[in-house]
Design a protein around this ligand. Structure first.
Ligand code: NAD
Length: 340
């Protein structure tokens, strides 16, 4: 997707713009010459992580941020004239979803339905939805898009519901809305959410404080660098298929123990470990079959784990001390080694 610049730039909307992936997507879209309207309930004025995430785009002449909750605000004016709505806002993370299901349903399902209604009413022709590998549940082999979706966490169930709701809107008779749902596999890189494993592991190595490892470290994840996710997400805006689901993964399945070893390599420091129990909803392994992504998006992951983790570690090292504490130890029971 590119802009019609020097005429009025093409406008797109990003929900969850102040989040980890959303803020990288905003940057990628601006780099493509687009005008970007971000929506997020976190604001840089009141939230340190939103401020950090949006630091590089704040004040950009083609970026504006609307601070509000998708569950309450009027969305029609915001999506009117959008060439594409990238729907990334959600409550992520598996573990907390056991205790807070109502919040997850409200943010991940009900808010999605409000957004879809606004898109239909305003004649928006394209929605790209951020789905998740968590919709698959436990899998023996790389998951293909036609494999059964059997999520084993409340979070995964809300992501599957949001994804299928988007597809149902696209498949309605006479619908003019086209939907691409991207199933992201564990995303990492600078600004990764502080509850996620790679952030915690790198911060533990940098600070010399313990990382709580859930289970025996053999859980495998298809870790995906955020820049690759952004490339796939922008490419998804242009595909012609009216309603489809596509995996976006890093291309190899790597254990948490391997990540700990890589953290040592890229920081030069060991990662002190504390044992914790295996967690409910945490699948043993995720791996993406990327065949469809190659065909429909021309997608190929570009950043290998060592390069990606080096960039991630360098970003953490530049954080002011108070924020490094937010990203790093002491480990909390909220940390998420699951497959979001
Ligand atoms: P994030 O928490 O950093 O970003 C999500 C943003 O959405 C936050 O800034 C939050 O304030 C906002 N938000 C949530 N509910 C909202 C609402 N009702 N109204 C307005 N704003 C709201 O999460 P992330 O890791 O960047 O994930 C982005 C998307 O990608 C999510 O949909 C998530 O389910 C999906 N995903 C992420 C991963 C991953 O590894 N990070 C993997 C698979 C899928």
């Amino acid at each position: 997707m590119t802009s019609s610049f020097p005429h009025r730039p093409t406008m797109v909307v990003v929900t969850g713009a102040a989040g980890f992936i959303g803020s990288h997507l905003v940057q990628g879209l601006l780099d493509n010459g687009l005008e970007v309207v971000g929506i997020d309930r976190r604001t840089p004025e009141t939230d340190a992580i939103a401020r950090l995430n949006l630091r590089d785009v704040t004040g950009h002449p083609r970026f504006s941020l609307f601070s509000g909750d998708l569950s309450f605000v009027s969305l029609n004016l915001l999506v009117r004239d959008a060439a594409c709505v990238f729907h990334l806002s959600a409550i992520p993370a598996v573990r907390a979803s056991w205790a807070e299901f109502e919040r997850y349903v409200t943010a991940n399902v009900m808010a999605t339905q409000r957004l879809l209604d606004a898109c239909v009413q305003e004649g928006v022709s394209k929605v790209v939805y951020a789905s998740a590998s968590s919709v698959y549940g436990p899998a023996e082999a790389p998951s293909g898009e036609n494999d059964p979706a059997q999520p084993i966490s409340p979070y995964g169930i809300t992501k599957l519901a949001g994804e299928q709701l988007c597809l149902a809107y696209a498949k309605r008779p006479a619908s003019r809305l086209s939907v691409t749902a991207l199933r992201y596999f564990t995303v990492y890189g600078p600004r990764q959410r502080p509850d996620m494993a790679i952030s915690r592991i790198l911060a533990a190595a940098l600070a010399g404080e313990p990382f709580v490892i859930f289970g025996d470290g053999t859980q495998r994840r298809d870790f995906t660098y955020v820049g690759d996710v952004v490339a796939a997400t922008i490419a998804a805006a242009d595909i012609e298929v009216p309603a489809t689901v596509i995996n976006v993964g890093g291309g190899s399945s790597i254990s948490v123990s391997d990540i700990i070893a890589m953290a040592r390599t890229v920081t030069g420091n060991p990662v002190p470990l504390t044992a914790g129990a295996a967690q409910a909803g945490d699948v043993p392994a995720t791996a993406a079959d990327l065949s469809l992504a190659r065909v429909l998006l021309g997608f190929q992951p570009r950043i290998d784990l060592q390069t990606g983790m080096t960039r991630h570690a360098q970003w953490l090292q530049k954080l002011p001390a108070d924020l490094l504490r937010t990203y790093g130890p002491p480990p909390t029971t909220d940390q998420d080694q699951s497959a979001p």
